[in-house]
Design a protein around this ligand. Structure first.
Ligand code: IMP
Length: 207
């Protein structure tokens, strides 16, 4: 059976990717490699970061490696927070939820006075699967919405409480996990990767 590395230690992402890809594969993740050196996400685009991580970890482990990068792109802020989504406010709190609240506060401050019709935004997720010396698959998914002016809903993480999805008339933080996966940027990128991965697996020798 082919062994594939999911290049994260985030248990939520590992579960989501391995379940949604549903391939006949032995999945491993970064916590299975104790001494592996961390690859920095210092690219200018989500695709560049995903590619850099997938190629780097594939080279180090010799395994096919799937990496992702995602974030929020707000039109009225010239695409910010973009690749800086996780660390937009610069806060270094230990607790992720505190950082999320500070990131949201910064976005809301920058958008003060911007009218509703100009508060368009999208979540973007880029996925890359690489072997040791080449990119094998790249996909991208997005979810369009509007940034509202106060936090609404308690599910999810990150910018979910201020990201309103007009077609469902609620924020992402008001959706349950299945509802979110069905429309999300990450869900869409994974659904695009799935048939391409299965095609590659059919022609690949096992490790
Ligand atoms: P990463 O791809 O895990 O590095 O995520 C980057 C950052 O983008 C996260 O820390 C969040 O701030 C934001 N982000 C990515 N996906 C989502 C999402 O589904 N909901 C809310 N925020 C997200």
């Amino acid at each position: 059976m082919k062994k594939i590395l999911i290049a994260t230690t985030n248990p939520g992402k590992i579960a989501e990717l391995s379940a949604m890809l549903d391939a006949d594969v032995q999945w491993v993740n970064l916590s299975d490699f104790k001494d592996i050196s961390e690859i920095k996400e210092d690219g200018q685009t989500f695709a560049e970061n995903a590619r850099k991580k997938a190629l780097g970890y594939a080279k180090e482990t010799g395994l096919w490696t799937i990496a992702d990068d995602s974030g929020l792109v707000i039109d009225a802020l010239g695409g910010q927070p973009g690749v800086k989504s996780a660390r937009f406010s610069g806060a270094k709190d230990k607790e992720r939820t505190l950082i999320d609240h500070k990131n949201i506060a910064k976005v809301l401050k920058l958008l003060e006075g911007v009218p509703k019709e100009k508060r368009t935004a999208k979540f973007v997720c880029c996925l890359c699967m690489a072997g040791a010396d080449k990119v094998l698959i790249e996909t991208q998914g997005s979810l369009e919405g509007l940034i509202i002016d106060r936090e609404t809903g308690t599910n999810g993480f990150g910018y979910d409480p201020i990201f309103f999805v007009p077609k469902l008339n609620k924020t992402v933080a008001q959706m349950d996990a299945d509802e979110k996966n069905a429309i999300s940027h990450r869900g869409n990128a994974i659904r695009k990767l799935r048939p391409l991965l299965n095609e590659l697996l059919q022609s690949a020798p096992t490790d």
